[in-house]
Design a protein around this ligand. Structure first.
Ligand code: IFM
Length: 468
């Protein structure tokens, strides 16, 4: 149930309202992922995922927590759908927990798990919200990890089967299907630095994983289309402008390489069927095994791309760049607030690649957010959102085909290796009671969207009068 909310401030101070008028069909939304909010980690036949396993490793999660209960969304579905609808958004981006619907990642399907997502999709449609489904937001079935996980080529085919199963059950009602969320994170943080599940530290494995994720994306698109999928199909990448800390040639060279590993390693094969040669040369023996036809499959045309943007990346060949020296505000994650980087990134993508329509599928900030007297005065987050929405508006004005924007996140949730201490939600969650409270930023977002709609209605009236 959505609890009664105290009146918010009309608008937090010092927020620069974006002045851009976004198109009437621009899609505004909020986003979450299964492991971060659902809880119910063993309910109704769900199998374990690699994150269930990883969270049990001592020291893996900052506060020793896990997603067993999280926001208990699995048991609070209807109230949470009402909550989403109350924000006045057009769309909800969520992910399916693969081990909830297919506990081993192959073979038998779990009807109760599929039923949950059917209730979710139908509940969104009943509230006139677009269901934007992500197939893989990191919670690979542990049973597949036991057989080699994403490093094994067979997992590519298991993923394609899984995608087809979701299409069979839900495909006729989805507004979009995303194959993978942030493959760089799965490959690099999961298999190179090992700070995320499954906790492997091996660059050669990480690069093979990245190739298999990309290949499974392309093959899934082909299989979904062959199965008659009507929903737009795409992938979501986490991208950032990579900048040198100084003007030294060493810093510039490192920035180019890091841009290659973060952005071009994914954009080049997806849009141009090739891997960047400088990164291949740099990898040496860690270059992944690429079979004949793989690159063509990866470059299967997409209907859209999602970009997740939080901050810029600054690299230094010497001592690591200290974000505190830049003078920019920092979020609770210690990430610089750098909205102009989003415009810069979008213009660059548009200039360098034949991009399909682009969505910002995640953008937001973690801030401490104390709940006092039933209110969360998160002016920092409101400012962050307003400034990044303006940055998207600027890219749109300069010709980038922007189609939508989604806030990360609908509500506070399990922030992976940071546990529950970092709060990204525009809705506050009291984990002891599971009470949800709209933060000031949620009220601002709702009012901003209403002002956009009012503007369109006024233009339509004026246009109608002028045309009469
Ligand atoms: O919470 C994550 C999300 O799961 C993926 N993108 C980044 C967010 C904030 O770290």
């Amino acid at each position: 149930m959505l609890h009664p909310q105290p009146s918010p401030m009309s608008a937090p101070n010092a927020v620069n309202e974006p002045t851009h008028r976004f198109p009437a069909d621009f899609v505004w939304g909020v986003a979450t992922s299964a492991y971060q909010i659902e809880g119910a980690s063993t309910a109704d036949g769900k199998g374990p995922s690699i994150w269930d396993t990883f969270c049990r490793q001592p020291g893996a999660i900052a506060d020793g927590s896990h997603g067993d209960v999280a926001c208990d969304h699995y048991h609070r579905l209807d109230a949470d759908l009402d909550l989403i609808a109350s924000l006045g958004v057009d769309a909800y981006r969520f992910s399916v927990s693969w081990p909830r619907v297919q506990p081993s990642g192959f073979g038998a399907w779990n009807t109760k798990g599929l039923d949950f997502y059917e209730r979710l999709v139908d509940g969104l449609l009943a509230r006139r919200l677009k269901p934007c489904l992500t197939l893989n937001h990191w919670d690979l079935p542990q049973a597949l990890q036991d057989q080699g996980g994403w490093a094994a080529r067979d997992t590519v085919h298991r993923f394609v089967d899984y995608a087809q199963g979701i299409q069979r059950r839900l495909g006729d009602r989805l507004a979009s299907i995303t194959t993978h969320n942030e493959p760089w994170v799965v490959a690099t943080l999961g298999h190179e630095t090992g700070v995320f599940a499954p906790g492997i530290r091996d660059r050669a494995v990480a690069m093979q994983v990245s190739h298999h994720l990309l290949l499974s994306h392309g093959l899934a698109l082909q299989a979904l289309r062959a199965a008659g999928a009507k929903a737009p199909l795409g992938i979501v990448l986490n991208l950032a402008p990579v900048q040198p800390a100084t003007d030294s040639p060493e810093d510039h060279a490192l920035a180019k390489l890091e841009d290659g590993r973060l952005l071009r390693w994914y954009m080049d094969p997806l849009l141009c069927a090739t891997y960047p040669t400088d990164v291949l040369a740099h990898l040496g023996r860690d270059v992944p095994r690429i079979e004949h036809g793989d690159l063509q499959a990866i470059a299967t045309p997409m209907d859209f791309m999602g970009i997740n943007y939080y901050t810029r990346t600054v690299v230094s060949a010497g001592a690591p760049f200290d974000v505190k020296t830049s003078g920019l505000p920092l979020t609770d994650m210690g990430w610089e607030v750098y909205p102009q980087g989003l415009t810069e990134l979008l213009l660059r993508l548009h200039a360098d690649y034949p991009v399909p329509p682009l969505y910002i599928t995640e953008n937001g900030g973690a801030f401490p957010d104390p709940l006092r007297d039933g209110l969360v005065r998160d002016a920092d987050r409101t400012r962050y959102l307003a400034d990044h929405i303006a940055a998207v508006g600027e890219a749109l004005r300069r010709g980038v085909p922007m189609a939508g924007y989604m806030v990360w996140s609908l509500m506070d949730n399990f922030e992976w290796a940071s546990g529950y201490a970092k709060r990204f939600g525009i809705v506050h969650v009291d984990y002891a009671t599971q009470r949800r409270t709209l933060k000031d930023s949620a009220h601002w977002y709702r009012q901003f969207l209403q002002r956009q709609r009012d503007g369109h209605a006024a233009s339509a009236r004026t246009g109608a009068t002028q045309g009469a």
